[in-house]
Ligand binder design. Sequence first.
Ligand SMILES: NC(=O)c1ccc[n+]([C@@H]2O[C@H](COP(=O)([O-])OP(=O)(O)OC[C@H]3O[C@@H](n4cnc5c(N)ncnc54)[C@H](O)[C@@H]3O)[C@@H](O)[C@H]2O)c1
Ligand SMILES: CC(C)C[C@H](N)C(=O)O
Length: 364
Amino acid sequence: MEIFKYMKEYDYEQLVFCQDEESGLKAIIAIHDTTLGPALGGTRMWTYASEDEAIEDALRLSKGMTYKNAAAGLNLGGGKTVIIGDPKTEKNEEMFRAFGRYIQGLNGRYITAEDVGTTVHDMDTIHEETDYVTGISPAFGSSGNPSPVTAYGVYRGMKAAAMEAFGSDSLEGKVIAVQGVGNVAYNLCKHLHEEGAQLIVTDINKEAVNRAVENFGAKAVETEEIYAVDCDIYAPCALGATINDDTIPQIKAKVIAGAANNQLKEARHGDIIHEMGIVYTPDYVINAGGVINVADELYGYNYDRAMKRVEGLYDTCTRVFEIARRDNIPTYMAADRMAEERIEKMRKTKSTFIQNEHHILSRR
Ligand SMILES: NC(=O)c1ccc[n+]([C@@H]2O[C@H](COP(=O)([O-])OP(=O)(O)OC[C@H]3O[C@@H](n4cnc5c(N)ncnc54)[C@H](O)[C@@H]3O)[C@@H](O)[C@H]2O)c1
Ligand SMILES: CC(C)C[C@H](N)C(=O)O
């Protein structure tokens, strides 16, 4: 992989490789853009097939966080970490302590939180070494596990999408196909079940499926069957790239709205589903609840304030649909436009010189 070429193409600021032999830490922190503020984004632990795959994931996910934070109206830039390893068997305390020291070394340019493969407990361990970590235990006055809040945001965004597609935001009686019923999607299913939606679920983890079947009366299908089921809404809540050349021809849903990051395998897949008349709720807009929640910790965490902001994702999604209609473009492009406009405006404002008294002239 030609790293600098890739970084230049998408204007990345910094890539940090962190290694600690004793604990087995191999981490990559990617900082995409800090125009709006310090880069905030979670730490993913995953069994990557190669180092290139890990680097690419860190880069892609950190850029996603720049757009997510900008679209959510947060004064934060985008960053992300990937740790190479199996989160089930290769974690240890020293690893997260060593990683915490690397974060501390960035002196606030990057703030972390949970992502796939990491937990509140891991964030607490990082916190032993640095304050630049969110999503730690509520006992520290923090916001804890972001997943239930992400789920609430996805639920709100899904209602906005239903309004756009069906003319009503009620999800009662709607058939919703949920792919992956992990931390976020389990909580999402709860909201959907309470509103009277009918759920079809799948997961590679049978226990997760059984939980949704038992608690929410969901119908279970095999993992490869989920795309083709008869449903109103498809909710991708596992990993990315599930909207692709193979799956699109199978999809019967009129709405795609889910928690997963990087749902479109390539941008052109967003064009194809747009032409098919599917209302696609851009991933980084609808799944911003978790980051909105952890970002509130920067001001002294207040649950009600954070939830009110997450509730507003309904309006943010509606705004994206409006821009898409106004400019006659797919929704993924409308979301990018919204985020980029905000960053560009701030970039221009920041070009104004501010006396920061850092040089000697201001003191003589
Ligand atoms: N947790 C958050 O607050 C948050 C915030 C924003 C975005 N996201 C994104 O949402 C998605 C889900 O996050 P999570 O925290 O619930 O993760 P999770 O690991 O708890 O859940 C993911 C689930 O998907 C299942 N899965 C994996 N591959 C699958 C496949 N091929 N088919 C079906 N199921 C499969 C897993 O078994 C697991 O149960 C991720 O893409 C994550 O990046 C999460
Ligand atoms: C900061 C987090 C809660 C990050 C979350 N994993 C996301 O992708 O938005």
